[in-house]
Design a protein around this ligand. Sequence first.
Ligand code: SF4
Ligand code: SF4
Ligand code: SF4
Length: 707
Amino acid sequence: MSSPSPATADSTACLLKLAPFVQGRVRRGIVGSSRYAQRLRDDIRKAAADPLAPPVLISGEPGLEKDNIAALIHFGSRRRTRLLVRFNGALLRPDGSDLFGPASGQGEGSVLDCLGDGSLLIDQVDLVDPELLPALLELARTGKWRGPSESAPVHHFSGRVFFTAEAPVPGFEGLGAQIRVPPLRVRRKDLGEWLRYGVRQRTRKLGWKQPPEVSETVVKRLQTYDFPNNLRELDGLIARALRQCSAQQPAELPEDVFWTGPSHRYQGLRFDLWRWKPMLRDLMRSPRLWNGLLFGLVSWVFVLVNLWLWLGPQDRASNGGLNLFWTWWWPLILLGYPLVGRLWCSFCPFMVWGEIVQRLGRRLGLKPRPWPRGDTDRWGAPVLAAGFAAILLWEDLADLPNTARLSSCLLLLITAGAVVCSLLFEKRFWCRYLCPVGGMNGLFAKLSILELRAQVGTCSGSCSTYACFKGGPAEGEGMATGGCPVGTHPAHLADNRNCVLCLTCAQACPHRSVQLRLRPPAADIQRSMAPPAGETGLILVLAGGVTLTYWSKLLGWLPLAPLSLQSGPLLPRLAFASLALALPAAAFLATRWLAVPLRRQRVLYGLLPLLWALLLARYLPLGMVEAGQLLPVSLTPLAPDLAATLPGWSADPHVITFCQSLVVLVGVVGSWVLQRRLRQADRWRWLLGPLLVLGLGAGGRWLVALP
Ligand code: SF4
Ligand code: SF4
Ligand code: SF4
């Protein structure tokens, strides 16, 4: 018995019945040029053109717009003038009355009866009540169905049936046409096209004059993320990104407005310090505390230290300021990396002066510019590495640790960079891209057991202001701020590199989304990480700092080698210092034939703990011999007699050597673990990393140990 079409039955009643379920149009086509996208397009074309119009099962992970694929087939077929109605399988009643009519009825006037030769889409058939599944299977296979009543006659459905499923459904395996939709993570090549398409679509709806550009850097970074919720998640990500820039409507979307969930496996091992001690959170969020500390204390201490360096004696044995800088600051900052990451940046006087000058400039009418467009890391990272290399050469050739005024010049030079950038650009451009100390801090902060992150779920689900990133007025418990000074979103942070731990986001957030957490050491260093272009150069320069310090052990035997880097003709000193500094980079370049760049880069990141250990071992003798002499050293120029009576402490050389060996051993163990984490699946190559660690550890220990 054939069912009447809506035109012949009571068409108005039928249309009213179908209206809530009608899917009237295709949302979009299949975007992308990968072979997966092409195959999907072929499958859709084939299913649409099939004259027999068999049932179609479209399966795949959540968020893949499988219902849209059903619509593409329906509206691409001969039935495009007929209706397509969509039902959520999870909501269908077990007796099938949603489709087959009321329990007492014979099926007349039901949805299927009204639909005629239109198409029926059952979404999420894997969630349909098992009692109803056989009837749906029968409908799909033979077109036969009957009303829920015992006496109801058999009807024939002349339309087409579509199913979507996220999991296998027993009995549906061999049904009609089967289309498997590949998840976004296997179609990474299509991501750029999806992103740009989504941005165009949304900006048109939002009424932007021009759709902004999306850089390749953003695409590459997002390609490392798995998108567990596929297109749905990508859509949410685009919507969030545009909301964050809605005021400026930039010509190119900044990288930091695109933030995703965490993508690596150690994400579970975290301990939220602020939840454990809420008082600590209140204390650390206090603007009064930070303003008092930074602008009332740190800024003036910095001025005093510089005056001390300029006006006091010039050697380290009699200048307490010089002693503070080289024997306290350096060992302490290195010791602090694995524990507190780049905490120094929270108290950094360079940037305090940068901010003071920026505020003064604003009062005088100067308006800093927005940051330059494009991938600043591409040129910023090499400039930063070159700056660090220049500082290392200067330090050794001019004997900075023993020359107070030059040490002060180094501090003032970094401050000048912060001040100039603060006058030219908004926020803290210097800290984000150019500060050499910040570059080193960001690199070693990846080893830290401390991290600051926002919860992606709260940010994407509860927030519409994004005050942590954009800044804005006070709202709820969120305070008025100017937003993250380094242009980072705390939910976007893939590692500690771009967070200066200023806590502005924690002050601004009205939803308590920001957490200060403990985690396993070096949790940022994973196979899935996407380090910025040029950071490798900084690692090699820092390693060069170690070889430069011990240049005589490595290069002293060469003919023409100077007796010292600090005295004699400049040219040979400069040549040998540059050669020593370039040794690690040369060794890295020489391994080009061994592995592809990505693998060599991973090996280099795996060596970070060893590099940290060698740098610390380098500064340990200074700290352990001279740091304890701060009081007598500081008072010697003013009251030598009194200074002689003051307590001083120096470690025994054997103790220092033991501590250096211990530190190098810690570095070797850390790098060994990381090499295993980052190791190649390759059968033999995975051995190379640990062997390299052992070799470099032994060589490094020989290099840095006291004679
Ligand atoms: S990045 Fe440099 S200038 Fe900025 S806070 Fe850190 S050390 Fe200071
Ligand atoms: S951290 Fe707070 S302010 Fe920022 S997006 Fe998340 S919930 Fe919003
Ligand atoms: S605002 Fe938050 S994310 Fe940005 S640098 Fe400060 S602490 Fe880090």
